[in-house]
Design a protein around this ligand. Structure first.
Ligand SMILES: Nc1ncnc2c1ncn2[C@@H]1O[C@H](COP(=O)(O)OP(=O)(O)OP(=O)(O)O)[C@@H](O)[C@H]1O
Length: 396
């Protein structure tokens, strides 16, 4: 088999989800009583596959709806580690770009795999053009570890201005100005939980506000595994609450100092620090609203048909619901494609997958989501042609 040719799977399986032919050949065999016990077992498995597939056949991703309109939309793909988030996010981004949407795919997973997935070096922490597409696609791997390192050395070598420059570049300049007294350098030596996500969020803020990103109409996030993602989503609330407290404190202090200053006849400071904090707070609120805006944002859960992955997806969905983050689609990746004859291993695996699929159908949290099945393919999904191929199967 030609492993460099992603079409090899396609050539052998013109429609991986199509099982009707297989069912009819089995039915013909039943009609003429030609089957033995082994085949009967296979038949039962095959029919259950048919049932599972048939019951979700109408659940195509609805790509046309996803691609409709030029107003910017954000898609966040997340789920348990290793289920195929990056492959799904990258293939969606490729499909958007090839359908005329200038697109950015952003990785907020500290263990990036966009470069591996596209088989191109996209590291570096800035927008990198992705080669080999019909339309513009850029990738951004946010590297919190590197960012933190840079921050530390800027702190050491150039004092506060270095820190300020760096934080400005991360869109967090205001935070340094206003919270300088909190000794951010020390904070980064023992980073609090959520700092990586804060850096990722600051980039989101840049997308929301910066005019240079205006032309991008689709932004796809390849998020970190579940725990990180939930922190990312709840961080604006957390920061908002903290900033709210600081603001109150500031107001108290400033009213006290202005009372003293008025007694001694001193000038008021030119710009009230509280104004800037207020501005930052408004930005946070904007990001929070963005995550919850059903018009512009959608969180797509990616899972695989195993009991563990489905259980985690159910919990993720419940948490997202609590955070009011819109979810409509669930991708079940790596579903065994139909085969006329299963080896023992495949038959067992198929049974296992069917059980997990049943679990999805009966899970109250996952019920009602558009279920998109993506087949397990026999080549690693790497490079633009492979992602284009995957995109055409998954994002229909
Ligand atoms: N449908 C599929 N068929 C075959 N291989 C797949 C499929 N989907 C993903 N893979 C492979 O599984 C591996 C993991 O995929 P991917 O990196 O997309 O997962 P991930 O959820 O982003 O992982 P992580 O949580 O580690 O970031 C890759 O080697 C990828 O090529």
């Amino acid at each position: 088999m030609d492993r460099d040719n992603p079409d090899s799977f396609l050539l052998r399986n013109p429609n991986p989800i199509q099982v009707a032919d297989r069912r009819s050949s089995f039915l013909q065999k039943i009609g003429s009583f030609q089957i033995g016990v082994e085949e009967l077992i296979q038949l039962i498995c095959a029919l259950s596959t048919v049932r599972a597939v048939a019951s979700t056949e109408q659940d195509v991703a609805g790509f046309d709806e996803m691609a409709a309109g030029t107003k910017r939309k954000y898609y966040m793909l997340g789920g348990k580690g290793g289920v195929g988030k990056t492959s799904c996010a990258a293939s969606l981004a490729v499909k958007f770009a090839n359908n005329g949407h200038p697109t950015i795919v952003v990785s907020t997973d500290p263990a990036h795999s966009l470069s591996d997935s596209f088989a191109q070096d996209l590291s570096g922490g800035t927008l990198m053009p992705v080669d080999g597409l019909d339309g513009p696609l850029f990738a951004l791997e946010i590297n919190p570890e590197k960012a933190r390192e840079e921050f530390r050395s800027a702190n050491k070598t150039s004092g506060s201005s270095g820190v300020k420059d760096f934080m400005d570049s991360m869109g967090l300049g205001m935070l340094v100005e206003q919270l300088g007294e909190l000794k951010l350098g020390e904070l980064l030596d023992t980073p609090p939980p959520g700092l990586d996500e804060a850096i990722a969020i600051s980039k989101v803020m840049q997308f929301v506000e910066a005019p240079e990103y205006n032309s991008f109409s689709r932004i796809v996030f390849d998020t970190a595994p579940t725990g990180h993602t939930l922190r990312l989503l709840s961080l604006p609330d957390f920061l908002d609450a903290s900033i709210g407290k600081i603001l109150k404190l500031r107001e108290k202090i400033s009213s006290a100092t202005s009372a003293i200053k008025s007694v001694f006849g001193q000038e008021e400071p030119k710009q009230d620090a509280a104004d800037k904090l207020k501005q930052l707070r408004e930005r946070m609120i904007k990001v929070r609203e963005l995550f919850r805006d059903t018009e512009s944002t959608e969180f797509v859960i990616v899972t695989i048909p195993t009991v563990m992955a489905v259980s985690e997806s159910s919990r993720l969905r419940a948490s997202l619901k609590k955070e009011n983050v819109p979810v409509k689609r669930l991708v079940v990746n790596q579903v065994l494609p139909p085969s006329a004859v299963d080896c023992k291993f495949c038959a067992m695996k198929r049974k296992d997958q069917m059980r997990a699929l049943e679990m999805i159908y009966n899970d109250p949290e996952l019920l009602g989501l558009k279920l998109i099945q993506a087949p397990l393919v026999d080549v690693e999904i790497r490079g633009v042609p492979a992602l284009r191929f995957m995109g055409d199967i998954v994002w229909k």
